[in-house]
Design a binder for this molecule. Structure first.
Ligand code: PLP
Length: 397
């Protein structure tokens, strides 16, 4: 059975050539990058070459790139690290406001939830609502920023519905109110699917992750603009300027660097392909499935990731559909991979105004550069068959 993978926002398959590079370097580059002799120095050189590749895709200087274990750690380090610095160095003397949105990935949302807990008295936490397509209302955003606001964290693109926020405009608004506000952006889903330029965004910190761009898992980076201060979450050696100590994950960092390079060089070609595939999938779903049940497209038509479709099939339980598709070798999800094992409805779908029932009727299809129209035709055909069969079962009962 040929497998059809349609869940690229959860993770992407490792690029073949990167896989070969990692295997090759895995044996050769065993030296610790901090060691003073030849094999250590070679490892150091490769880590620094990768840092340059990562810096290039987001347009920053290599000194502003800090390697981490992935998007989750980058988000935690950015938010907790910058607040810890302010607290430690006396800049928090009253209750301070920190702002995020209701549709963040859990690695941001749960940090803000922790900071809003009763025992933590230092923060007045704002979770901004979004509209029916997952966009933050600019007026609400503006009015939420007060003179006590010290940190804002808003994602560039949403992992479930694909909405792309106007981060550049938001940064401008925030800085015009108070230039000391720290603005962090989770760009894990945006990288390689839309252009990410930290200088153009004028952002203070930005998180990215390797496994969403066909690189290895367990590695990512945090961009920290020169002049922005972070207090580390871990303490140890001097790696990553002591902001993120621990022996570097050399092979994965090398793979991440290559993934950034490939994504940058092939950007236009990849976006064209994804856009075409998404249009094809959307049309086929509307043509084939609208005849048999109501279909609601949750993702916005414009300002949306070129690979992300969030579709609600009226009355069809998404877990059942996903598990029956799985038996056919077709892999889609109900939303974020991090929440797929919980029975709760997706917080993103509820935030865009779906009822818990409609949220449970929603699947996410996230396309990748390895997909073909033929695969999409097969997948939509299988969805149709399953829905028809399922409806029959429902009717019999
Ligand atoms: N942020 C977003 C928007 C994501 O989609 C994800 C992963 O799904 C993460 C952060 C976490 O990244 P990682 O899996 O590298 O920890």
């Amino acid at each position: 059975m040929k497998e059809i993978y349609l869940d690229h926002n959860a993770t992407t398959p490792l690029n073949n050539s990167i896989g070969r590079i990692i295997n090759k370097y895995g044996k050769l580059l065993y030296g610790n990058p901090s060691s003073p002799y030849k094999i250590g120095k070679i490892s150091r050189m490769e880590v620094e070459k990768s840092r340059e590749k990562v810096a290039r895709i987001i347009n920053c200087s290599k000194d502003e790139v800090y390697f981490t274990s992935g998007g989750t750690e980058s988000n935690n380090l950015a938010i907790q690290g910058s607040l810890n610095y302010l607290r430690r160095f006396g800049k928090i003397n009253a209750k301070k406001r920190i702002i995020t949105t209701e549709i963040e990935h859990l690695s941001v949302l749960n940090v803000f939830k922790e900071l809003s807990k009763e025992g933590v008295k230092n923060y007045d936490v704002v979770f901004l609502p979004v509209d029916n397509f997952g966009f933050v209302d600019m007026e609400k955003f503006k009015s939420s920023i007060d003179s006590n606001t010290i940190l804002i964290s808003i994602m560039l693109a949403n992992n479930e519905v694909g909405s792309i926020q106007s981060i550049k405009e938001m940064v401008k608004i925030a800085k015009s109110k108070n230039k000391n506000i720290i603005f962090h952006c989770d760009a894990v889903q945006g990288l390689a699917k839309i252009r990410v330029d930290v200088k153009d965004l004028e952002i203070d910190m930005l998180s990215i992750s390797s496994h969403k761009i066909y690189g290895p898992k367990g590695v990512g980076a945090l961009y920290i603009r020169k002049g922005v201060n972070i207090y580390p979450l871990f303490f140890g050696g001097h790696q990553e300027k002591s902001i993120r100590p621990g022996t570097e994950n050399v092979c994965s960092i090398i793979g991440f660097g290559y993934a950034c390079n490939l994504s940058r060089v092939n950007f236009d070609k990849n976006i064209e392909l994804l856009t075409e595939l998404k249009k094809y999938a959307t049309n086929r779903i509307l043509q084939e499935i609208k005849k048999i049940t109501n279909v609601r497209i949750n993702n916005p038509e414009n300002n949306c990731l070129p690979n992300t479709l969030s579709i609600c099939f009226d009355g069809i339980d998404n877990e059942l559909l996903i598990s029956l598709l799985n038996k056919e070798g077709i892999y889609v999800s109900s939303g974020s991979a991090c929440t797929s094992e919980s029975l709760e409805s997706s917080h993103v779908l509820l935030a865009i105004g779906l009822s818990p029932n409609l949220a449970r009727n929603t699947i996410r299809i996230s396309l990748g550069i390895g997909n073909t129209k033929k695969e999409l035709k097969i997948a939509v055909g299988k969805i149709r068959k399953i829905i028809l069969k399922n409806k029959l079962i429902l009717r019999k009962n």
